[in-house]
Every structure is written in C-alpha cells, then in structure tokens.
Write a protein that binds this ligand. Sequence first.
Ligand code: SF4
Length: 302
Amino acid sequence: MEIILGKTAGFCYGVKNAVEKAETYAKQQKVKSIFCLGELVHNRQVIEKLEQEGIKFINILSDIEQDKRKNEEKEDKIVIIRAHGEPKTTYTFLEERNIEVLDLTCPNVLAIHRIVEEYSKQGWYIFLIGDKKHPEVIGTAGFSNGQCSIIEVEEDIDKALEEVKNSNLHKLLVVAQTTYSLEKFNKIVEKIRVADTKGIVENLEIKNTICNATKLRQEETEELAKRVDSMIIIGGKNSSNTKKLYEISAKECEKVVLVENVKELEEAKEKIGKEGKVGVMAGASTPKESIEEVIQFLRDLK
Ligand code: SF4
C-alpha cells in the first residue's frame, strides 16, 4: 500500500489561530468563567482538551446567564467567538451586559462581514451563497440590514431574485461562505448572470469570498482523488468543509470513506483494502494527532 497524505490536510490558519489562542488564554486565565459560543472546531478530541482547560461550550447566549456552576464564584465572564464568527446581534448582546469578548473570528470571515455591512448600508441587496444552517452563514447574514437571501443550491435562485424584486433595491452583491465549493459557486454565479433580471438588477457585483485555504485544499483533494485507488477523508461529520472534500473525492474515486477518527477507520478498513494507492485528506478542523493516528493505522495494515 502506498499512502499519500495531502499537503493541505488539517487545520487551516484560521482554526489553528483560534485553537491556540483559546488554549493559551484558558491556561492563563484563572479568574473569569470562560464560555465559547458553539464548538470552536468540529472535532471532539480538541473540544475535550479545551474543556479540560476550563472552557465551557454553550449553544445559545442565554446559557451564560443560566450557568450555575457548583462551587464556582467567578463573577466575571468572557465569551470566545470562534473562527466562524457571529452575527452583529451577538456583539450587541454581550456589550449590553458588559461581558468581555475574545474574538477569534478568522480575518477572512471578518472581511466578509465588513463587505456585507458596507454594501448593505449603501443600498445593495446581498446574495450569500452557502449552507443555510451553517453558523458562518448565519453570522455573515447578520451583518446585512436584512435585505439578504441565502442561496444554497441553484434551485434557490428564482426565489432569491423574487426577493430582490420585492425589496425595490436595484444593486445586487453576491458573496460566498468561505468554505463553499468553488465549482458550485461558479455554477450558481453563472446562473445569476444569465437570469432575466431586466428591471430588477441594474448593478451586479460578484465577490468570490471563498478562502484560499479552502480553494487549495479542494483543488488538491480533486487532484489526489484522480490518481489513487481509494481516499480517506478525516474530519467531523458536521463539518461543512470536510463533507465537501468527501463529495469532491467521490466524483473522482470509487472508494472513499469519511471518518472522524481512527476507530471509525477500523470499521471501514475493508473498503480501503491493503493494496494500491491510498490518498489521505483532512478538513480544516482536523487536528494533526487525528491525521497521524490514521497514517499509523494504515502503515500497520501493510
Ligand atoms: S477555512 Fe479559511 S476562512 Fe475559514 S477559518 Fe479557515 S482560513 Fe479562515
């Protein structure tokens, strides 16, 4: 068996920065209660490690106020905002309650927030291409003034154009979730360009805001999947960018497995077999320990 590990597999710089800063902060901070809104990364091992350092993961802001820690007398609270970012209302909520913020939103995501906020103020309608339920998309939409439609698949375009028409705005800006598939983005943009928008859109501006780390990883995955007999994608099942790596690989390669850790690979090893070339890629929130475990497992299979 020949094992080929993708160069771009694992933490992107946004996630790496967020995990390192959160960990360092938690180690040094002994006075305040530290909360993180949502999982910092979609990876159980990383989350458990951070929980051991004292970070409490919560899903909604009201959990902060309801938190009644036993034997806990820490009055001060700090909330970590993860790399995906948060809507503007979250910042307002925290500011109104004088709760400190450790903002670890990735600079690429912050840049999209600024674009959406600025264009919204200037009377542009926003099309945000991305997964409707993804926290990054919800956060970014939260920087518009509400004149924003989320397009997840090509079928959403007609309804979104109807919404532009009803808004009476005639300038349309198109942006994307940072981890959206480049191929799908291009297809949706092409459909918007050729759609009959006469009398609705006078000004159309497209900004490809897919981050470079995502683009390079998707390209490498496609190229790798073409030249191997099987592919292993390592990452969280709820990680959007990991799922896309799986989809890309499945188009090019017959045997593809998506595993969160080495235990799951144990169950899927029959599909991979012991012969031929095996490509290994990992999502942006997969720690290097998980990748190393998988590589070791494959070496032991030989
Ligand atoms: S995928 Fe890109 S935008 Fe998202 S956290 Fe990583 S570097 Fe930042």
